[in-house]
Ligand binder design. Structure first.
Ligand code: FEO
Length: 391
């Protein structure tokens, strides 16, 4: 493989992983992913920005086959999809030093057993002069680990952002096409960045004065249209929830489905857009993406084994952990003779700072009166949404 030039003496070493289907044994990757390293050559020193998942280290070494010397290995983030090949790169370039912040150094020493003498520590705002190429390090904690940082290449106005602004997509396109990358970028944000909205806000502040020609993340294509990437993050992280209801449900014998269908139909009649997701066949990425901007989340569950259906539990756990900007939550569902499905789900989503709307839990198949309760819930949601100023 041949490095692709993105600026004078700056190269992308992007390794597409087309057939990877799961990340962290948790996150589905319908479009695959890529691990992007970048090589920056100064007149005196050479730096490699990040490495690659160790599963793809041979591809990285193919890129590096004509690179005789590397002086610095800049580690923006200790997660192994970027750092995992560092031990092998250090074997090939034993004089190289890993440039990392103290927290990242600590993580790399514990996760990869890199020895302390292989590091130079970089400070927030600190610079490294490669000779006509100046790397400025900017700590950007919690996008999405505590040690994450980015590097600004001053002469070329390139921001190497690692996971920040990244997207899980394997593509032949070096630069992002907005229509193609928007979905994968939103999915990526939803799955790993969303819980850290306040950190994203402060990190966006931190980089807002930089003049940017390119944002070069370590997953997915490079953003030439930097405004597109910045505006997308501002919308997802900073703006208010939108006029949308996520109804995530599962039904065993059709009773919960009757409630869900009635709710969806009444909400649509009232002009409230709904995203209805059947948890029987769900991809957590779709639920996570819907959580990015839905003002209301309704979980639909039957009662089984005296509690909520395990797939509803999974969705509720995920919603709680992702800490979306949801304003209202509720539950609809059914039971045969008892159980604590409602209480369990309500307890599980208590971390979402949202107003709980009166749930509808019915015995057996919903009666006409039960369906009127659903209508009332739909009406309440529509009223609540009217009270919000949606953009
Ligand atoms: Fe792409 Fe958090 O690693």
């Amino acid at each position: 493989m041949v490095p692709e030039k993105i600026a004078e003496n700056v190269y992308s070493m992007r390794i597409n992983h087309f057939n990877r289907r799961m990340f962290d044994a948790l996150i589905p990757l319908p479009d695959g992913t890529s691990y992007n390293a970048y090589l920056v050559r100064g007149t005196g020193k050479t730096a490699l920005m990040d490495s690659a998942d160790p599963e793809k280290k041979d591809a990285l070494f193919d890129f590096l086959r004509d690179v005789e010397k590397i002086d610095y290995l800049v580690a923006h983030h200790a997660e192994q999809d970027h750092s995992g090949s560092l031990p092998f790169v250090l074997e090939k370039y034993p004089a190289a030093r890993v440039a990392a912040n103290p927290r990242c150094k600590e993580f790399l020493m514990s996760h990869l057993h890199l020895p302390a003498e292989k590091f130079i520590e970089v400070k927030d705002g600190g610079r490294l002069d490669l000779g006509g190429k100046t790397l400025r390090f900017i700590y950007t904690p919690w996008v999405h680990w505590p040690e994450t940082m980015v590097t600004y290449l001053e002469e070329d106005r390139i921001l190497f952002s690692c996971d920040f602004f990244g997207s899980h997509i394997a593509t032949g396109e070096l630069f992002s096409d907005e229509k193609t990358v928007y979905g994968p970028m939103k999915r990526y944000y939803a799955e790993i960045m969303m819980p850290f909205r306040s950190s994203i806000k402060s990190n966006l502040e931190k980089i807002k004065e930089l003049e940017l020609a390119l944002i070069a993340p370590s997953h997915g294509p490079i953003h030439k249209n930097v405004k597109f990437a910045l505006d997308a993050y501002k919308d997802w992280a900073l703006s208010e929830a939108k006029n949308k209801v996520l109804v995530a449900y599962i039904s065993m014998h059709g009773s919960t489905l009757l409630l869900v269908n009635r709710l969806v139909s009444r909400l649509q009649e009232k002009g409230v857009p709904v995203e209805k997701i059947n948890l029987d066949e769900f991809d957590i990425g779709c639920v996570a993406m819907a959580l990015v901007d839905a003002a209301t989340v309704v979980i639909g569950t039957p009662t089984v084994l005296a509690g909520p259906h395990p797939k509803a539990v999974y969705a509720a756990y995920l919603a709680n952990a992702l800490r979306p900007k949801t304003r209202f939550v509720s539950v609809v569902g059914s039971y045969g003779w008892g159980g604590r499905a409602l209480e369990t789900i309500a307890g599980m989503i208590s971390g979402i700072k949202a107003e709980a709307l009166k749930p509808v839990m019915v015995k057996g198949m919903p009666t006409a009166d039960d369906l009127l309760e659903v209508d009332a819930l739909a009406g309440l949601i529509a009223e609540k949404h009217k009270s919000l100023a949606f953009s």
